[in-house]
Design a binder for this molecule. Structure first.
Ligand code: ADP
Length: 398
């Protein structure tokens, strides 16, 4: 059975067609620059161990035009991987904000769509685009069941003591202001893999997702009990361009002293902070190059980046009263040996002892990079959010 995974943004659609027998993608790609003068589709097919990549540039005025072209490419006589769109049994949509309404993956009905719309204020950039993706997929793949997988769902098990903010209770009761957390699909996927690897159902695991956006989760016996992102994705760890945790006074100080608008401050904290703000480079590979050359800004930024993660490891070990494993995942977590080393340095009190040789090995497999006798496992587990979305969709329709 084939499941199409769709991640629709305001001007892009990322997609992957996954064969659920092999759990491998038959095809993947991205439609970009939707609504601009020239749109782009980069489409890849994987057949018989061979990758074919094509790039098309043409005006893509809206998401519907983009997804219709994707359907044509998937069924193309020469490079197509299926013969008819009806071979796609389900479309799994990444939906960013499910608020308190969605604790698990759902079949998308009119009621679900109405609820996602109600949640627009909580995710004004993501939810409207996600919903457009759903509506367009309903037109292009009318025979498929549309399924919604929420970024926030895995974190809905957090206890109130973790998700409430100490602000007037009416703000929670009337507006739903609380911690929700994101990257749930990734935290769920890698924590389940970790539990399987450890062979211990009640394992206490800290998952550390380090991509352009970054977050951590405390997962106790498979259940998320805390996470670093909150109402939105700005808090917690230092990221590519986001500040992570700061003293909220900074916002008022900027507004009062500089006369900045809320929009300007939001832009500073979301787009001009993090590694970008500290070093002028957003991509961790560039910061890493400078780190190796001894560049003072890059060294400080890396140390700050790692220090924040260390602090949350301590925080979550305390919250769970124990720790069996920490798991590194996503672009930086899976590849960046320096970040992993700086995080694990001087953490033997918590049983974390890195084996530097193992840390330096490059691989796409699940691996253990702690010293043989270390009390706490240090694991690198490649995430696969698309497969997890497809897997959850498959469970609902099989
Ligand atoms: P997202 O899905 O959030 O866009 P990714 O999980 O793809 O992000 O991670 C992107 C980050 O991973 C970038 O900062 C990139 O520099 C970093 N990254 C990817 N490969 C490497 C590598 N080999 N070494 C260090 N960092 C890497």
């Amino acid at each position: 059975m084939n499941i199409l995974v769709v991640n629709a943004g305001s001007s892009s659609i990322k997609y992957q067609l996954i064969d659920m027998t092999t759990k491998l993608p038959l095809s993947s790609g991205i439609v970009e620059r939707i609504g601009l003068e020239k749109g782009v589709i980069i489409h890849k097919t994987f057949l018989n161990g061979e990758e074919i990549k094509i790039k098309e540039t043409f005006p893509i005025p809206n998401h519907a035009v983009g997804l219709e072209r994707v359907a044509e490419l998937l069924t193309d006589k020469e490079i197509g991987v299926i013969t008819d769109p009806s071979e796609i049994k389900a479309v799994g949509h990444r939906l960013v904000h499910g608020g308190e309404a969605f604790t698990k993956t759902v079949v998308i009905t009119n009621e679900v769509k109405a609820k996602v719309k109600e949640l627009f204020p909580l995710a004004p950039l993501h939810n409207p685009a996600n919903l457009t993706g759903v509506e367009v997929a309903e037109q292009v793949f009318p025979n498929a069941t549309q399924i919604g997988v929420f970024d926030t769902a895995f974190h809905q098990t957090m206890p109130e003591v973790a998700y409430r903010y100490a602000i007037p209770k009416t703000l929670y009761n009337e507006m739903g202001i609380r911690k929700y957390g994101f990257h749930g699909t990734s935290h769920k996927y890698v924590s389940e893999k970790a539990i399987e690897y450890l062979g211990k159902q009640d394992a206490k695991v800290i998952t550390i997702h380090l991509g352009n956006g970054a977050s951590m989760a405390a997962v106790d016996g498979g259940v998320c009990i805390d996470t670093t992102m909150g109402l939105g994705p700005l808090c917690g760890l230092i990221m590519g361009t986001r500040s992570g945790d700061i003293d909220p006074s900074i916002i008022f100080y900027l507004v009062e002293q500089k006369g900045y608008s809320i929009e300007k401050v939001s832009n500073i904290l979301n787009k001009e902070s993090g590694m970008e703000g500290l070093t002028g480079d957003t991509d961790m590979r560039d910061v890493e190059d400078r780190f190796h050359k001894g560049d003072a800004e890059a060294v400080l930024a890396y140390k700050m980046y790692a220090y924040r993660i260390k602090q949350y490891i301590g925080n979550y070990a305390a919250a769970m009263n124990g720790l069996d494993a920490i798991v590194f995942t996503a672009g930086i977590g899976e590849n960046d040996t320096v970040a992993r080393k700086l995080v694990c340095d001087n953490m033997d009190y918590l049983g974390i002892e890195l084996d530097e040789e193992k840390n330096n090995i490059r691989s796409k497999n699940i691996r253990e990079i702690n010293r043989a006798n270390a009390r706490t496992k240090v694991l690198v587990i490649p995430t696969n959010e698309e497969l997890e979305i497809a897997r959850q969709a498959f469970e609902l329709i099989k």
